[in-house]
Design a protein around this ligand. Structure first.
Ligand code: SF4
Length: 485
């Protein structure tokens, strides 16, 4: 069976797989990670798969249609995200008009929330909900063997005038994850790694993003992936399987300079992280890496990570107010953020700190507290997000019930340039003020003289030239953003 997997055209360099999906103020472009995992699984199941990422290639629809024509697939899979939902549905419709006999499938986080809407379009035959790589593989096998779709868990589909929603597929288990092809092998075969850009500090270009585990057990109300895609059950690949992928990248994918562990939270289990770091050293690996982590990580673990060549961790600090951290069930305190930042600084790990403006309870005073904490924690780089309540999250329900949502339509989440605009507005803090605050914080962080020592610290490290290149690319993208071009 031939399957065409499409990250469809939308705004230039739009990332569907980022937590806050947009075109990235600092020039970031993620891999189409989940689509790449699905590609690998379909190939393992004996399908001939083609992965096409138009965000990287810049292809428009006519180019995609020519490519589909050349490939002649039996199944076309279209990825989507909340802000690009209408665009992606209309792309599926365009494809279906040209290929009426080919089945079209939609995947992505909105599939768990909007299956009905997707199937009301004449362009979409089947929707794969939640952890869609496994669902897609089951679907391809069922179609290939001529089995009824009734048996495929996790899909919604049309049957005559009716829409059928099969029961959800159970989340994958740790042992299932060990059987999946390394996603870095899929990148090598289907994509050009130089097209992708992570603007974290100590991000060496080119870099690959991989998952070593899925799901997050924490309960942050705003966080979309555990509530719309991968679930809250945390499962991990075995340490040896992950180390095998690190070794494969180091030995067989020479142009890659760094690996980034893009799990929701890599550091859920101290034991797992320590075993990984020990194994990394025992195998004599050298490739630098970074990971998504969480406040609460202790000095001993961070030290072990640093000794195992971890360069940086990406941390969700979110707010400088304990009230807000409690309101969003973050499970950390301001004091813990302070002590984490201090301890991390001692280990030499670089920190990318993530903050959000506009969370429940936000006021002018809490914004000031966040600004002070940003200054105090002095991360090597920061991201400040405009709060975005994605459908399916507890935050979305809360904002809707309390009348704070300006719109329920996720297609309204971005401005015309593809950057976040606030769709939450409070009586004391308007959506415009939220957005202006984000811009003001970013400007005051990156354009102030106090960032000079931080930038110099980044440049005068052993990978200084690389840091300079990343800083330069990201500075250019950021200046373009604030100039409004
Ligand atoms: S810890 Fe991170 S990944 Fe997990 S729910 Fe909270 S924000 Fe999401």
């Amino acid at each position: 069976m031939k399957i065409y997997l499409l990250n469809p055209p939308y705004l230039p360099r739009f990332t569907r797989d980022m937590r806050w999906q947009d075109t990235g103020r600092g020039g970031t472009l993620y891999y189409p990670i989940w689509l790449a995992y699905a590609t690998g699984m379909l190939e393992q199941a004996g399908c001939q798969a083609k992965l096409v990422d138009t965000a990287a290639s810049g292809w428009d629809m006519p180019q995609v249609l020519i490519d589909i024509d050349l490939f002649r697939p039996d199944l076309i899979v279209v990825d989507t995200s909340f802000p690009s939902l209408n665009n992606d549905i209309s792309i599926a419709e365009t494809i279906k008009r040209d290929y009426p006999d080919t089945k079209t499938v939609m995947v992505g986080a909105p599939a768990s929330q909007f299956a009905e809407k997707m199937l009301s379009s004449p362009g979409i035959d089947i929707v794969c909900r939640w952890e869609f790589d496994f669902v897609l593989r089951d679907l391809a096998e069922a179609i290939d063997e001529g089995e009824s779709l009734q048996e495929v868990k996790g899909i919604s589909y049309k049957e005559g005038p009716r829409t059928i929603h099969n029961p959800d597929r159970e989340p994958s288990k740790s042992e299932d994850l060990d059987k999946i092809r390394f996603v870095s092998q899929v990148y090598k075969m289907h994509l050009n790694v130089k097209d992708y850009m992570l603007t974290y500090s100590y991000s060496m270009h080119p870099e690959v993003q991989i998952f070593t585990g899925r799901g997050c057990p924490f309960k942050c109300t705003f966080c979309s992936w555990p509530q719309t895609l991968m679930g809250r059950t945390h499962r991990t690949r075995s340490v040896s399987n992950v180390l095998d992928e690190f070794a494969w990248v180091e030995n067989e994918f020479k142009e890659v300079k760094q690996i980034f562990v893009e799990d929701d939270t890599f550091t859920v289990s101290k034991k797992h992280v320590m075993e990984f770091c020990q194994g990394y050293k025992e195998r004599g690996l050298r490739i630098p890496w970074g990971a998504q982590a969480r406040v609460g990580l202790d000095y001993e673990t961070m030290r072990a990570m640093k000794e195992a060549n971890c360069m940086m961790v990406d941390i969700g600090y979110e707010s400088g107010s304990d009230v807000i951290l409690r309101n969003v069930k973050k499970g950390i305190t301001v004091e813990q953020i302070r002590s984490f930042a201090k301890e991390a600084g001692k280990t030499g790990l670089s920190i990318h700190g993530n903050w959000i403006i506009g969370l429940p309870g936000e006021t002018k005073e809490t914004i000031e507290a966040t600004k002070r904490l940003i200054k105090e924690t002095k991360a090597d780089a920061i991201t400040v997000a405009v709060v975005t309540p994605f459908p399916g999250t507890e935050l979305y329900e809360w904002a809707k019930e309390n009348g704070y949502l300006i719109t329920e339509d996720p297609n309204e989440y971005l401005d015309e340039r593809g950057h976040q605009k606030s769709i939450i507005s409070y009586p004391e803090l308007s959506s415009e003020q939220i957005r202006e605050t984000v811009d003001a914080i970013l400007k005051s962080y990156y354009l102030s003289p106090s960032y000079v020592p931080i930038a110099l610290r980044r440049v005068f490290n052993k990978n200084g030239l690389n840091e300079l290149k990343v800083l330069w690319r990201s500075a250019k993208a950021f200046l373009k953003y604030i100039r409004g071009k």
